[in-house]
Design a protein around this ligand. Structure first.
Ligand code: AMP
Length: 468
C-alpha cells in the first residue's frame, strides 16, 4: 500500500484535514450504532459498510484501529414498539440486537472490535451525570435531568446551530415544557411506571440518548479520541450534545478530532428511514442481491455524498462487478510465459493512482474509475495475448489487496466459477474437438453452451467463459 499523507473531510473543521492520531499509529474510532427497535435497512448498511471499508483501509495503512460501536438498547422508541407488539421491552431490544449483528455478519462487516450495549454502562452514565451536576451544567425538572446549553460556551461548534431550527436532518429532540433553553437535552429520564429503570443517587430512571455514547467512549478511550462517525442526521442534536457534555465534564477539547458523517441513502431522493417507512430491510435486499453487490454499490460512491437507490443503479452495479469477475477469470487461465512490456508499468500506475485517490478523502469514485480504466487497458493486451502468467498473478494479487478493504469480489465463487457442471463438461468436450480441429462439432457445442447463458472466448491459453 502506498503511504501518502491521508486527508479526510472533517465536519468539525469543515475542511479536509490530515489524519494524525493522538498517539503514534493508534486510532480510536467510535461510530454510533443502531437503536434496536426494528430490522436494519440498507440506509444503515450505507453507514456501516462504509466504515467497515474505511477501517480495513486504515489498518492496511498500518494504523492500529480500535473500532467501537454502541448499541442503543434502551430508548423511547424501543419502549413504544414493545408496547405496540405486547412484548417485554428487553426481549424486543435483545431480538433486534441479534438481528442487527446477524445482518452485519451477512454484509461481511468484520472490522468492529467491540459492540457496547448502553444498558451495560449505567454505572458510567450515572458517574457522568454526577460530574455534570457538580459542575452545575445539569439541572433537574419533574421528568428528568437536563443539560443547560447556555452554560457551555462552545455549544453549536459542530452543527453551526445555536437554537432549534426546522426539523429536517434533525433526529430526536428531547421535549419538556419547562426546559431552560429550547435546545437543552435530557441526561436522565426519571422513572415512569411500566418502563425500565435503574437506581441512581439523583433518582431512579433511565439514561438519555447522548449520555450513553459519551459514557461508553470515556470508558474505552478516555475524554479524547481520534475519530467519531455516524450518518449526517446525527450531527444535530446528537453529536453536538455529545461534544457539549463530554467537554463540559473533562474540560478537554476536542472530544474527537475528526468527525465523519456519511451521506444518506435515499429512495426517490428521500432519506430511507424507519420512521418514514420507506425502507428495504437488509434481509430482503440480500434475497435479491449479493452482499458483494451491496458493498460495491455503497463503497463506489463518495462516502459523504447521498446515494439514491433504484433498480437501474443495481443493474449497473451487477454489470460492473461482472466485468471485474470476468477479467479475473481470464487472468486465471493464463499459462503463457510472455513478458508484457507495458503490463507491469500499467499495474504500477494503477496502484499508485488508486491509493492516491483513497488518500484524498477516501475518494472511491476516483479510485474505482482507475480500476476500470486499468481493466480496459489490460483487456486490450489480453486480446493480443500480451499478458504472461507472472503479470496475471501480480494483477490478480492487486485485486485480492483491493478486496481486503472492500470485500466486493467473492473469490470463493470465482474459484468454483459459478459455472454449472453441465457447462464445464461441454467446455471439456469442445476442447477435445478443437484439438482435432473438428470446428463443426466445436461450433455446435458453443451454441449448446450459449443456451446456458455463457459465451466462449478462445484465447491462446484456453477457453474463457463469459456470462452473457
Ligand atoms: P438509527 O438506528 O436510526 O439510530 O441509525 C443508526 C445509524 O445508521 C446512524 O449512524 C444513522 O445516521 C445511520 N442511518 C440511518 N438511516 C440512514 C440512511 N438512510 N442513510 C445513511 N445512514 C443512515
Amino acid at each position: 500500500m502506498i503511504n501518502k499523507k491521508m486527508v479526510i473531510y472533517n465536519t468539525l473543521s469543515k475542511k479536509k484535514d490530515v489524519i494524525k492520531p493522538i498517539k503514534g499509529k493508534k486510532i480510536n474510532l467510535f461510530v454510533c450504532g443502531p437503536t434496536v427497535y426494528d430490522f436494519s435497512h440498507i440506509g444503515h448498511a450505507r453507514t456501516y459498510v462504509f466504515f467497515d471499508a474505511f477501517v480495513r483501509y486504515l489498518r492496511g495503512r498500518g494504523f492500529t484501529v480500535f473500532y467501537l460501536q454502541n448499541i442503543t438498547d434502551i430508548d423511547d422508541r424501543i419502549i413504544q414498539r414493545a408496547r405496540e407488539k405486547g412484548v417485554p421491552i428487553k426481549d424486543l431490544a435483545d431480538a433486534f440486537t441479534k438481528e442487527y449483528l446477524k445482518n452485519m455478519k451477512a454484509l461481511g462487516i468484520t472490522s468492529v472490535n467491540k459492540y457496547a450495549k448502553a444498558t451495560d454502562y449505567i454505572k458510567e452514565i450515572i458517574s457522568q451525570i454526577q460530574r455534570l451536576q457538580k459542575k452545575r451544567y445539569a439541572y433537574s425538572l419533574d421528568d428528568g435531568i437536563y443539560f443547560d446549553i447556555l452554560k457551555f460556551k462552545n455549544y453549536g461548534k459542530l452543527s453551526g446551530r445555536t437554537v432549534l431550527e426546522s426539523e429536517d436532518s434533525v433526529s430526536r429532540i428531547d421535549y419538556s415544557k419547562n426546559k431552560r433553553n429550547r435546545g437543552d437535552f435530557c441526561l436522565w429520564k426519571f422513572k415512569v411506571e411500566g418502563e425500565p429503570f435503574w437506581p441512581a443517587p439523583f433518582g431512579a430512571g433511565r439514561p438519555g440518548w447522548h449520555t450513553e455514547d459519551t459514557a461508553i467512549t470515556e470508558t474505552f478511550f478516555g475524554a479524547q479520541y481520534d475519530i467519531h462517525g455516524g450518518g449526517r442526521d446525527l450531527i444535530f442534536p446528537h453529536h453536538e450534545a455529545e461534544i457539549t457534555q463530554m467537554e463540559a465534564i473533562s474540560g478537554k477539547k476536542p472530544m474527537a478530532r475528526y468527525w465523519m458523517h456519511t451521506g444518506f441513502l435515499t429512495m426517490d431522493e428521500q432519506k430511507m428511514s424507519k420512521s418514514l417507512g420507506n425502507f428495504i430491510v437488509i434481509d430482503d435486499f440480500l434475497k435479491r442481491y449479493s452482499p458483494q453487490q451491496l458493498r460495491f454499490w455503497i463503497t463506489k460512491n463518495l462516502w459523504h455524498s447521498p446515494i439514491d437507490y433504484s433498480e437501474s443503479v443495481m443493474i449497473e452495479v451487477k454489470m460492473s462487478l461482472e466485468k471485474i469477475e470476468e477479467f479475473l477469470r481470464k487472468l486465471k487461465v493464463i499459462k503463457s510465459k510472455v513478458r508484457g512490456v507495458t503490463d507491469g508499468k500499467l499495474l504500477k500506475t494503477a496502484k499508485d493512482d488508486f491509493y492516491t485517490a483513497l488518500a484524498d478523502d477516501f475518494n472511491t469514485p476516483k479510485a474505482f474509475a482507475v480500476i476500470f480504466e486499468f481493466i480496459k487497458e489490460i483487456n486490450k493486451l489480453l486480446d493480443q495475448n500480451l499478458v504472461g502468467k507472472k503479470a496475471a498473478k501480480d494483477i490478480s494479487a492487486f485485486f485480492v489487496e483491493i478486496n481486503t478493504m472492500f470485500d466486493i469480489i467473492d473469490f470463493k465463487k470465482l474459484k468454483t466459477s459459478n459455472v454449472p457442471h453441465e457447462v464445464s463438461e461441454l467446455v471439456k468436450t469442445r476442447e477435445q474437438y478443437r484439438k482435432v480441429q473438428n470446428w463443426e462439432k466445436s461450433d455446435e457445442i458453443r451454441h449448446e453452451i450459449e443456451k446456458y447463458g455463457f459465451s466462449v472466448d478462445d484465447t491462446k491459453d484456453g477457453t474463457v467463459l463469459k456470462k452473457m
